[in-house]
Write a protein that binds this ligand. Structure first.
Ligand SMILES: Cc1ncc(C[n+]2csc(CCOP(=O)(O)OP(=O)(O)O)c2C)c(N)n1
Length: 272
């Protein structure tokens, strides 16, 4: 491991538990590059995660980390921001963790525009528990709980976050690692709720059931199906493709700032 990367890892926790071909390590490397690129103090940076394969990432990283309960990472992170707003807080979640059991926390974190950088590892499936479909499993794709094809429609997480009030929304893939690092850096610079979705491969619990080939084939599909928003013509996303890049940015008051202002006002009025 390169020394500039090693300083951010709990080496004693390695090797990691992810399957061969899993994209989670790639996401982690881009996150570390972003944290290092931003020059963030390791002792003032905290990583919060939920439960799932993606959420295991927090355990491997040498920061103050909080590996919480399924779907509740954003609730714990909200608590951290209330008590220590100065901490740089990154929240790592799987697509199931964030959009199914954690969906309610997601929309309210976005609505409040709380200053958090959320990273969603979208492998389109519940990886850790053996491949049940998630709200981000595409329609008609197979899962252990949708053996003849998923009849649900899947969320567009970018539109969901935007609609709920997030002020920075972006997507990359594990093929586009430089872009991913750049987007995480921009997301962190945004003072408000930022969400970066990373399309990542789960060859074991998703690729296998859907005959998507080897891990390298799944990576190649990310390269071929992703369309950078900057190269989009007429605003139309071609059938079967998806957008990557910075998809939305807005200005809105940040939640903790508002809370502190309200608390100051109350104190001035003689409240306790
Ligand atoms: C309250 C609760 N319900 C269910 C589970 C079982 N469980 C653990 S991980 C997981 C799904 C994780 O999927 P995802 O968030 O997509 O992450 P991945 O493993 O794919 O990275 C589930 C349902 C749990 N741990 N806690």
């Amino acid at each position: 491991m390169l020394p500039e990367v090693e300083q951010y890892f709990r080496i004693e926790k390695l090797p990691h538990m992810w399957c061969p071909g899993c994209g989670n390590g790639i996401v982690l490397h881009s996150l570390i590059n972003a944290i290092s690129g931003l020059g963030l103090d390791q002792d003032k940076t905290t990583i919060v995660s939920g439960i799932g394969c993606a959420s295991r990432a927090a355990g491997y990283l040498d920061f103050d980390t909080l590996h919480t309960t399924h779907g509740r990472a954003l609730a714990f992170a909200t608590g951290i921001k209330f008590s220590k707003p100065e901490l740089n807080t990154f929240v790592l979640m799987g697509d199931g963790d964030c959009t199914a059991i954690g969906g309610n926390h997601l929309i309210h974190a976005a609505r409040r525009n709380i200053n958090l950088t959320a990273l969603v590892f979208n492998n389109n499936i519940y990886g850790m528990t053996g491949g049940q479909y998630s709200p981000m499993t595409p329609n008609a794709k197979r899962a252990t709980t949708a053996f003849y094809g998923n009849i649900d429609r899947s969320f567009d997480l970018m539109e969901l976050a935007k609609g709920a009030g997030a002020t920075y929304v972006a997507r990359a893939t594990t093929y586009h690692t430089e872009l991913l690092t750049k987007l995480i850096m921009e997301a962190h610079k945004n003072k408000g709720f930022s969400l970066v979705e990373v399309v990542t491969a789960c060859p074991t619990a998703y690729g296998r059931y859907n005959k998507l080939g080897k891990p390298a084939d799944m990576l190649k599909a990310q390269k071929e199906n992703a369309v950078n928003i900057k190269s989009l013509k007429d605003g139309i996303v071609p059938e079967g493709k998806f957008l990557i890049g910075e998809l939305y940015r807005a200005e809105a008051p940040e939640y903790i700032d508002q809370y502190l202002q309200a608390a100051t006002k109350l104190r001035e009025k003689g409240g306790k």
